[in-house]
Design a protein around this ligand. Structure first.
Ligand code: COA
Ligand code: MG
Length: 290
């Protein structure tokens, strides 16, 4: 799966920001037709994105297009124009049911079939950011094999449940952890909330490290300065990689000696710790650190 440590949004009608994004070495670039684009600019944004997709080089960044939510009235035109630009991924916000996931995936499949693309060529990422979406997470996460990641929208979710957003984000804890569990159960990536105070890079670092510690694979970002901080936080440190390698190697030899649990540097190691070490190595590999 593509590494998605940072997913950077920019308004779809802002060519300058799309150009800038392409120079940042960010894992994912998400050209937005939804809330980053004014209601009066939807049609213009579709055209700007189509043009940028034709003309710009995005390096190894994933090229994502976020359409408006299903039921907004914009979704069909957004999806048709986004697919015609042949992005790496389509992002659909405010998903609330498995049917909605299947509807999008079917539309993408029809496009792939009629354009001689491999089935599954265009990936699907979804936003879950309403009370209904959180309640239906299980069926949503299992809905379709094209799905690769669930993006949790903290601001929309707070609005949906009537919570006051705080710096500590305790009002979002239940939903963030529910998203992580649903993703882990289905081998999906989980992408954490935006830190909207984009000048506060220290606060961003703390929230990113917390998200990485919870089990998120990455975080949404809204400003170029947030990219390196977030990508660093979601990349295992050299010490974490070295320790994970030691766990994997020592686990193999202890199994050969017939021991399920053993001590490494004064700490117990058994199967769950091995699995955790393997996850660290997977992340390091995805981030190009191994
Ligand atoms: N993607 C790419 N480039 C961006 C960017 C983004 N999200 N946000 C800012 N930049 C660029 C600016 O164009 C500017 O580049 P320039 O000097 O070459 O013109 C540079 O980074 C510095 O920008 P700055 O002046 O600090 O920010 P701003 O005041 O212009 O914009 C925001 C602030 C919040 C409006 C802007 O960051 C933004 O639009 N973010 C994304 C919003 C969005 O998409 N929301 C929906 C999803 S949550
Ligand atoms: Mg949202």
């Amino acid at each position: 799966m593509h590494s998605r440590r940072a997913l950077l949004y920019m308004p779809g009608d802002d060519r300058r920001k799309i150009e800038k994004a392409a120079t940042l070495g960010v894992d994912c670039i998400c050209m937005d037709l939804e809330d980053g684009t004014a209601l009066s600019k939807k049609a213009e944004a579709r055209m700007v994105i189509a043009q940028a997709m034709k003309e710009l080089h995005f390096g190894s960044s994933e090229r994502c297009i976020r359409i408006n939510s299903i039921g907004s009235g914009f979704e069909k035109d957004d999806l048709a124009s986004a697919l015609a630009a042949k992005p790496d991924s389509i992002v659909v916000p405010k998903i609330e049911s498995a049917e909605q996931v299947k509807w999008v995936s079917d539309q993408i499949e029809s496009f792939e079939l009629s354009n001689q693309l491999h089935l599954g060529n265009i990936r699907l990422l979804i936003g879950v950011e309403t009370a209904k979406g959180i309640l239906n997470l299980k069926e949503i996460a299992e809905a379709d094999k094209r799905l690769e990641a669930i993006i949790f929208g903290g601001e929309d979710y707070a609005a949906s449940i009537g919570a006051t957003r705080t710096r500590e984000a305790t009002e979002l804890l239940y939903a963030r952890q529910a998203v992580i569990a649903a993703c882990a159960a289905n081998d999906l990536q989980a992408i954490d909330i935006v830190y909207i105070d984009f000048k506060d890079l220290e606060g961003l670092r703390l929230e990113s490290e917390q998200g990485a510690g919870f089990g998120f694979s990455g975080k949404q970002v809204i400003h170029p300065n947030q990219v390196p901080v977030v990508q660093e936080a979601f990349t295992p440190s050299n010490e974490a990689i070295a320790y994970a390698k030691r766990v994997v190697e020592s686990f193999e030899s202890s199994q050969q000696e017939g021991k399920g649990a053993y001590a490494l540097n004064g700490r117990m190691i058994d199967m769950p710790l091995l699995k955790n070490a393997q996850k660290v190595l997977e992340r390091a590999r995805a981030a190009g650190r191994i």
